[in-house]
Write a protein that binds this ligand. Structure first.
Ligand code: DX5
Ligand code: ZN
Length: 227
């Protein structure tokens, strides 16, 4: 059965001086859930926010929170992120910890688990993990910063992953440089989840609803039938 189309704002690109309003505005505008990029300056060369901020915005929406974890040691962040209100944690592959047991720890804590493939990580690396995850996030930029251009060169990997996922209940996302121009490209390749920071927040609050709606229309119009 076809996986639903999901449009997910990344608050990394929100106006931090009005963060609460920015969360509420995209919720009302039709966001399916929220993408939270937690960076500690070691996994990527940037710092963002952690459990305290997630806890602060948790009461503002009923939609799920999904943490894209770029902080180490990953195992130590699972419980604080759960307590702060996270519903799913996405782990980067290729780090210095055992991915399988860390995914199992996320599941044991009562959250959902997913993985993130950086641009140099091949599609095949997901194979041993498919029974533990319900989400694969293909990075379409170098991780760490919003506002970078979308890497169309990742689209063959998206298509390969779509074939590997087959009938499994796993969502396939693109993350980075996703906007009204690039949603169709990713949808054609096989993505059903579209994570966008700048592509949503840069249009201004009066146009969030229109932008989310148009992203969804473009995704649905371009997704191959039956995937
Ligand atoms: C980059 C993050 C993205 C980021 C995307 O490391 O994974 O989630 O927020 O930002 P945009 O949509 O601005 O490229
Ligand atoms: Zn992200």
């Amino acid at each position: 059965m076809a996986r639903p189309t999901h449009i997910i704002p990344s608050i990394l690109a929100a106006d931090y001086t009005r963060l609460g309003d920015e969360v509420i505005s995209v919720d009302v505008a039709g966001a399916d859930r929220f993408h939270l990029d937690v960076m500690d300056g070691h996994v990527v060369k940037n710092l963002s926010f952690g459990p305290d901020l997630i806890r602060a915005i948790r009461p503002l929406t009923h939609k799920p929170f999904e943490v894209h974890l770029m902080a180490t040691p990953a195992l130590d962040w699972i419980e604080p992120l759960r307590q702060a209100g996270s519903d799913r944690i996405l782990l980067h592959l290729g780090q210095d910890f055992d991915t399988k047991s860390t995914l199992q720890a996320i599941l044991a804590a009562g959250m959902k688990a997913g993985i993130v493939l950086a641009p140099d990580e091949p599609a095949q690396s997901v194979l041993p993990l498919l029974d533990l995850i319900d989400f694969i996030n293909v990075l379409t930029v170098i991780p760490g910063f919003g506002g970078q251009p979308f890497m169309t060169g990742m689209m063959p990997k998206v298509s390969e992953l779509r074939a590997l996922i087959a009938e499994r209940p796993i969502d396939l996302a693109v993350d980075g440089g996703v906007n009204l121009s690039t949603v169709p490209i990713a949808a054609q390749a096989g993505a059903n989840v579209f994570i966008a920071g700048t592509g949503i927040y840069s249009v201004g609050a009066t146009r969030y609803a229109e932008t989310l709606k148009n992203m969804r229309i473009l995704a649905d119009a371009n997704r191959p039938t039956g995937v």
